[in-house]
Design a protein around this ligand. Structure first.
Ligand SMILES: Cc1cc2nc3c(=O)[nH]c(=O)nc-3n(C[C@H](O)[C@H](O)[C@H](O)COP(=O)(O)OP(=O)(O)OC[C@H]3O[C@@H](n4cnc5c(N)ncnc54)[C@H](O)[C@@H]3O)c2cc1C
Length: 390
């Protein structure tokens, strides 16, 4: 019997398994699909502090950014020891650009508050933007550079984290259909392949975390927030270095924070090691509808070309969509559920689950082992929605 069953083999479940096993716990990870079959396989790999308002999410992002860095160091050690293995970590930094002086003032004010909360920020004057991004369109009023922004390949990262420790057993193609509850305590999961008893259960079900909570008779109001990504052909070496950092306009920050259900788009552009450029991302709450929307893709393409005019000459080769796990207050759910002893939640990270995964895994492990978490988890507690509704 494992110490812990983690439901979900996305980046968050993988991180929970990694840190729990690192502390000596035995872990079984159960997923009804394959590794990264959920939203982890359908997003980008931005590890951002730049788009976080000061407060609990920025604190979580700063911790997680440091952990990604350490995991990357461990990945570099892979050839010498049994380390993680490469997952395309690139600490390239992010450049947020402002369309006009009014937006620049708001961006600079936000950067000042982020800096006071521990983020590193560098103001970039209009005339200096080309030093960061030589192919950026002219006419931007200025920007802010965030050296702590980074990038990973999420699917590879999830697979690497799951493989790191022999104490982690993986059961893909296995659906959790219920929770085993004995004397008021969760003591395992029921699956379509039989029961798995465990000392504790972690709900890392992402966008489906609310459905898993419902199996225990409790509510987590996690909703899908759809996003499309456009992928370009690998760039000709002549375009080498076309996009050097993560680049987006200040409008993106407002889009992330918005509670609107309607369509929002604001392009985030990033090059990958494979040579493709990822152009994300739209946001809309339309349930689990996977229908490809050409108008949305066209809007993303237009916004990306407005940032980098040379992209107009580059072909898009594919597009895909995924469903961010959206919580009404935009914060993830991390912690033991006081309503169901033995059940822990690590889900609801919306558009930041890749970035926030290591911190979520580490903090969840602290709770599982009875150690003191590095951050106050009160803002993320699972029962906060019931209180808000009361
Ligand atoms: C377009 C788009 C762009 C994005 N870009 C970024 C980005 O740049 N940076 C960033 O940080 N985040 C980004 N995100 C968000 C990020 O992808 C998610 O927050 C993250 O992947 C959530 O990971 P997870 O492990 O919680 O969930 P998932 O990856 O969805 O994993 C949950 C797993 O649980 C499994 N599961 C569910 N129910 C059951 C059950 N009953 N039994 C067994 N298994 C079950 C599912 O099969 C799934 O594999 C983006 C998302 C989208 C859609």
């Amino acid at each position: 019997m494992p110490d812990v069953v983690v439901i979900g083999a996305g980046i968050v479940g993988a991180s929970c398994a990694y840190y729990a096993a690192r502390e000596g716990l035995s872990v079984t990870v159960v997923d009804r699909g394959a590794v990264a079959a959920g939203t982890t396989g359908a997003g980008e790999g931005n590890v951002l502090v730049s788009d976080k308002e000061p407060g609990p999410e920025l604190d979580l992002a700063l911790l997680s950014g440091r952990l990604w860095h350490r995991l990357a160091e461990e990945s570099e050690e892979a050839e010498k020891h049994a380390g993680l293995g490469d997952f395309e970590y690139e600490p390239k930094g992010g450049l947020v650009v402002a369309e006009d002086d009014r937006v620049l003032r708001a961006l600079t004010e936000l950067a000042g508050r982020q800096e006071s909360s521990g983020a590193e920020t560098r103001p970039v004057a209009a005339g200096e933007l080309a030093d960061y991004e030589p192919h950026l369109a002219p006419g931007f009023a200025g920007g802010v550079f965030y050296p702590q922004d980074a990038q990973v390949q999420p699917m590879l990262a999830a697979a690497r984290l799951l493989r790191r420790w022999p104490r982690v057993a993986l059961r893909t193609g296995t659906e959790v259909t219920g929770l085993v509850v004995q004397r008021g305590r969760v003591t395992g999961v029921r699956t379509d392949a039989g029961d798995i008893p465990a000392g504790a259960v972690v709900n890392a079900g992402g966008t489906w975390g609310g459905e898993i909570a419902a199996l225990a008779g409790v509510t987590l109001p996690i909703l899908p927030r759809r996003g499309f990504i456009l992928v370009t052909e690998p760039l000709d070496p002549a375009y080498g270095g076309l996009v050097r950092h993560k680049v987006y306009t200040a409008a993106y920050v407002a889009g992330v924070a918005s509670e609107a259900a309607g369509l929002e788009t604001s392009a985030v552009v990033e090059a990958t090691r494979a040579g493709t450029v990822l152009i994300g991302a739209s946001r809309e709450r339309v349930g689990f509808d996977r229908t490809v929307s050409l108008p949305v893709l066209a809007r993303l393409a237009r916004q990306a070309v407005a940032l980098f005019p040379a992209l107009a000459e580059v072909r898009a080769i594919r597009a895909y969509c995924g469903f961010r796990p959206y919580c009404p207050d935009h914060l993830p759910v991390i912690g033991a559920d006081p309503r169901v002893p033995g059940l822990y939640h690590a889900c609801g990270h919306e558009g930041a689950g890749i970035g926030l995964a290591p911190a979520t895994g580490l903090l969840t492990t602290r709770l599982l082992t009875g150690a003191t978490p590095e951050l106050d988890l009160t803002p993320f507690r699972p029962d906060r929605f019931a209180e808000a509704a009361a």
